[in-house]
Design a protein around this ligand. Structure first.
Ligand SMILES: Nc1ncnc2c1ncn2[C@@H]1O[C@H](COP(=O)(O)OP(=O)(O)OP(=O)(O)O)[C@@H](O)[C@H]1O
Length: 222
């Protein structure tokens, strides 16, 4: 479902490539860790997949669609089926948890009652249905990250892209968050999770794609 052919990405003309001739195939329903040292190109790979950046060369197919060719007008359509979780959460601070998670459904033009049901169910799933009317800054880091995951999952994404989603969280909280990704994966979502967290990979072994200096240096399933 995700295929990359000879993908190259440089941010500036004279700079070294953030990604260099990357070839990858990730089947539908896979759970994949993207690992590698700082600057290896992990975030760049995810950004290409949600069209925040375009490659300089190469082709990227998502569900058979060549996303390197789509116009900016079609990007929102692609993102409708893509859940994105950022390390720094990117929650709207002046909106409640309910409103944060409802937002992607409102963008999709869903009906009010559908939104209410789905948001409640999703927040229940991440264990935050008792805090619907709290604001993000009234929550702990782990709770904020669970809201960010709920917001990504509320659209039942085909693909979930998570960039260092457990970066600053303690290990118990991290395990809870990995459980949420496992759950989404079990329901059919393809998960790509960029992380430095070796302990998480050890406890929950799945396919590992290792990058270094923008190149694929390893691809294995422990
Ligand atoms: N917006 C940008 N402008 C210029 N260079 C960039 C930009 N974003 C990333 N880079 C460069 O591209 C390379 C890959 O960066 P990227 O953020 O993809 O790495 P990463 O593996 O996600 O690192 P980290 O683990 O630190 O988040 C780095 O050399 C980085 O400096």
């Amino acid at each position: 479902m995700i295929q990359l052919y000879n993908v190259c990405k440089s941010y500036q003309k004279d700079s070294s490539a953030a990604l260099h001739n990357l070839n990858l195939k990730i089947p539908k329903g896979d759970f994949v860790y993207i690992t590698g040292p700082s600057g290896a190109g992990k975030s760049t790979l995810l950004k290409l997949l949600y069209c925040a950046e375009k490659p300089n060369r190469g082709q990227i197919l998502v569900n058979g669609q060549n996303i390197t060719r789509i116009g900016t007008g079609h990007i929102p359509l692609l993102r409708r089926r893509t859940g994105i979780v950022f390390q720094d959460f990117k929650l709207l601070e002046n909106r409640t948890l309910f409103e944060n998670v409802a937002f992607p459904l409102e963008v999709q033009g869903k009906k009010r009652y559908e939104i209410s049901n789905k948001v409640y169910q999703t927040l229940k799933h991440v264990g935050l249905h008792g805090k619907l009317h709290k604001y993000p800054l009234q929550l702990s880091g782990g709770e904020q990250q669970r809201v960010a995951i709920a917001r990504a999952l509320v659209i039942d994404p085909l693909i979930l892209l998570a960039d260092e989603p457990t970066g600053n969280l303690d290990f118990e909280v991290t395990l809870g968050i990995v459980d949420l990704f496992k759950g989404a994966n079990a329901r059919g979502t393809t998960v790509l999770l960029a992380t430095h967290n070796r302990e998480m990979i050890r406890r929950f072994p799945r396919r590992v794609i290792a990058l270094e200096n923008g190149q694929l240096v390893d691809d294995y399933t422990p």
